[in-house]
Design a protein around this ligand. Structure first.
Ligand code: SF4
Length: 328
């Protein structure tokens, strides 16, 4: 899970996580419905750790990332839970202080498809400077821009270019460089390789591997399990707003425990398998506006039992946390 900060307290040694999420709930409210987009999620990420969040579209992984940046749009909001960064509960601080102290400075996010939102009429340099100005950056602007460009392996010659003069890979690097401008401790990357061609995807994956070595903690959100297996040491599998399995990527991929994770892993095509027919996950996730009591995977699960009509808590099994009654 990356390099931990070791804190000595009298005679005990404690591994301090950089970020701890406890019982986080993010709900969307309409006149007639409540959509529990993120429901009771607990996670932690160590200093220099990397965490992958995987699951089908609509499972809550992007909402979770956006909640960490306090950027949930109305009618959604965080209704419960705490987010502790470096020992401080940042879920209770005012919006003004969050903007001033946390957003982009401690936690930054590369949003899905952000490379398409570069302003076509401004140069790269101007758009990067705008971010620094917005955050009342007081250091040397040119140096800060050069430094973050070099982190993504681009040189200063790109600052005078307009977005239409850049390749897809360069645009994605610029977006990552923008997120790194204020030297955050945590970078959240939402589907960072989606819609890139395979060669550019490989370049972006290598770039993230390099960034991990700089001490940055990274949360990768992706529906692509192979991207997560390349980049994240820990993986959290989400289903219908809940985390259903959490453990080291190696353990979860080699021996998935939750029936949903097992199905998800089985959908990864394997070249070496003799039986190379594609696997599908039958059925569909529950209606998030009309959740029944009990396990949310119940309708699609081949192991369902009587007890599954009750919400399963997390059980610890072979160093993996799994939200399933099979592991009681
Ligand atoms: Fe299947 Fe029951 Fe486990 Fe849910 S709790 S995944 S229904 S066995």
């Amino acid at each position: 899970m990356g390099q931990a900060h070791i804190v000595h307290r009298s005679d005990i040694t404690v591994l301090e996580p950089l970020l701890t999420i406890k019982g986080l709930k993010v709900y969307y409210f309409s006149r007639s419905n409540i959509i529990k987009a993120v429901d009771d999620v607990c996670l932690e990420i160590l200093h220099n750790g990397s965490l992958g969040l995987a699951g089908e579209s609509g499972c809550g992984k992007t909402t979770l990332g956006t909640a960490l940046l306090r950027s949930i749009s109305s009618p959604g909001r965080i209704v419960e839970g705490s987010i502790i960064l470096d020992g401080k509960d940042i879920s209770t601080i005012s919006d003004r202080d969050f903007d001033r102290l946390i957003r982009w400075k401690k936690i930054a996010m590369v949003f899905q498809g952000a490379m398409n939102s570069l302003t076509p009429v401004f140069t790269v340099g101007k758009q990067m400077k705008e971010i620094l100005d917005e955050h009342q950056f007081t250091g040397n602007v040119s140096n800060a821009i050069s430094e973050s460009l070099s982190q993504v392996l681009l040189d200063d010659s790109i600052v005078g270019k307009y977005p239409h003069e850049l390749s897809g890979g360069q645009k994605q690097r610029i977006i990552i460089a923008m997120a790194l401008l204020l030297k955050p401790q945590i970078l959240i990357a939402d589907e960072p390789t989606t819609s890139l061609d395979v060669i550019v995807q490989a370049q972006v994956i290598n770039l993230f591997k390099r960034l991990k070595k700089t001490g940055l903690s990274i949360i990768f959100i992706s529906h692509d399990l192979s991207v997560i297996s390349e980049l994240a040491e820990t993986v959290g599998i989400m289903y219908a707003g809940q985390l259903v399995e959490l453990g080291s990527t190696r353990a979860v991929y080699s021996n998935p425990k939750h029936p949903y994770t097992q199905k998800l892993i089985a959908t990864i095509p394997r070249i070496k398998d003799k039986d190379n027919s594609l696997q599908f996950l039958k059925g569909k996730p529950p209606d998030m506006a009309d959740l029944e009591k009990g396990c949310r995977f119940l309708d699609r699960c081949s192991f369902a039992m009587e007890v599954c009509n009750k919400d399963p808590p997390f059980f610890e099994y072979e160093n993996v946390k799994v939200r399933c009654w099979l592991y009681k």
